[in-house]
Design a protein around this ligand. Structure first.
Ligand SMILES: Cc1cc2nc3c(=O)[nH]c(=O)nc-3n(C[C@H](O)[C@H](O)[C@H](O)COP(=O)(O)O)c2cc1C
Length: 183
């Protein structure tokens, strides 16, 4: 069974990014879907100790289950609000913790650092028009180069200070999801 790993980066009950993420994934019979929220995951920020360059792994064990799920996943879906031009802080903490794979690739010489290829999707909500999309996309594209992961869908919904996605917007995101997930 194909595995989908999702991480939501908003804590808000009425989160636009989380709602769009739900539409993107849709009803997934025949897939194993695991959803994390970065706020409840509450990852310790990378401390840059360099241990992952000396031994395989991380000096913290709080993301062991999440990283095991990541390694097994076929699809990786990230949803996030734009906060000051980037992702939310708890999601940034999770993002930086992928450094262990960078160390695996370049200090331990493991290629690919992650055995199983993943298709990734990014779902972003911004309060203002056009803000944050390119910065966040660039950040993950760069990171995915060592994660055997290809970014194949980017959903960007902006101007949430003025509007929320209507039914048509959700339907369009749902269709993008249907196209993204191989049946
Ligand atoms: C701390 C904070 C920083 C924000 N920074 C930006 C920003 O730089 N650009 C922007 O367009 N919107 C910004 N916003 C607005 C959020 O991106 C917007 O409310 C978005 O819909 C939140 O996503 P969510 O609905 O999934 O929680 C910020 C909001 C907060 C609370």
């Amino acid at each position: 069974m194909k595995k989908i790993l999702v991480i939501n980066g908003s804590a808000r009950k009425d989160s636009v990014s989380t709602a769009l993420c739900k539409s993107f994934i849709g009803e997934k019979n025949g897939f194993e879907t695991k959803i994390y929220n970065a706020y409840t995951l509450n990852a310790k920020p990378c401390c840059g100790c360099g241990l992952c360059g000396k031994t395989v792994g991380c000096c913290y064990d709080d993301l062991d289950e999440f990283m095991a799920d990541f390694e097994q996943a076929d699809y990786f879906v990230i949803s996030t609000p734009v906060y000051n031009g980037s992702v939310s802080a708890p999601l940034k903490a999770v993002t930086d913790r992928f450094q262990r794979y960078y160390a695996l690739r370049f200090e331990h010489g493991v290629k690919p650092a992650v055995a199983k290829h993943k298709k990734a999707a990014l779902i972003i909500a911004a309060g203002s028009k056009g803000e944050g999309k390119e910065e966040i996309k660039t950040m993950y594209e760069r990171m995915f180069t060592v994660l055997n992961t290809s970014l194949e869908a980017v959903i960007f919904f902006d101007s949430t200070d003025q509007r929320v996605p209507d039914e048509a917007a959700h339907e369009s995101v749902k269709q993008e999801g249907e196209y993204f997930f191989d049946s």
